[in-house]
Design a protein around this ligand. Structure first.
Ligand SMILES: [Cu+2]
Length: 129
């Protein structure tokens, strides 16, 4: 093995080690919070179109990299007395490279649309008590 190769091997080993340490340090935090459910925002659908959550679970909308049109996530209707309604909608549209995460703490039925393609892109989220 040449000197340069040896140095490279040491650097790779160090990187792998630091990665392992970081993963171990993050593990307890991941246990306390359940992973968000992922919804794909694509031309021209939300996938899946229906989700059932437990109170306190989160949804992460992820814009597909294959998109060629802009989309948003907009709360059309939610449970009665829902507070902070505006926080359930994105403020802008995006084509790709975007995510929107929201935690649901109020039980009930939520209807979401893309305001640009409301007849094609709609989804329902039911939050159980
Ligand atoms: Cu759209």
């Amino acid at each position: 093995m040449t000197r340069a190769l040896k140095l490279l091997a040491v650097a790779v080993a160090a990187l792998a080690l630091s990665g392992a340490v970081a993963t171990a340090a993050n593990a307890p935090a991941q246990k306390t919070k359940s992973k968000p459910k992922e919804v794909t925002v694509a031309d021209f659908y939300f996938g899946p179109e229906k989700l059932t959550l437990k109170k306190g679970q989160s949804v992460n909308w992820v814009w597909a990299e294959s998109n060629t049109y802009p989309h948003d996530v907009h709360l059309k209707s939610g449970p009665k007395g829902l507070k902070g309604k505006a926080s359930y909608s994105t403020k802008t549209t995006a084509v790709t490279s975007a995510e929107f995460e929201k935690t649901f703490t109020t039980p009930g039925t939520y209807h979401f649309i893309c305001t640009i393609h409301p007849t094609l892109m709609h989804m329902t989220i039911v939050v159980k008590k």
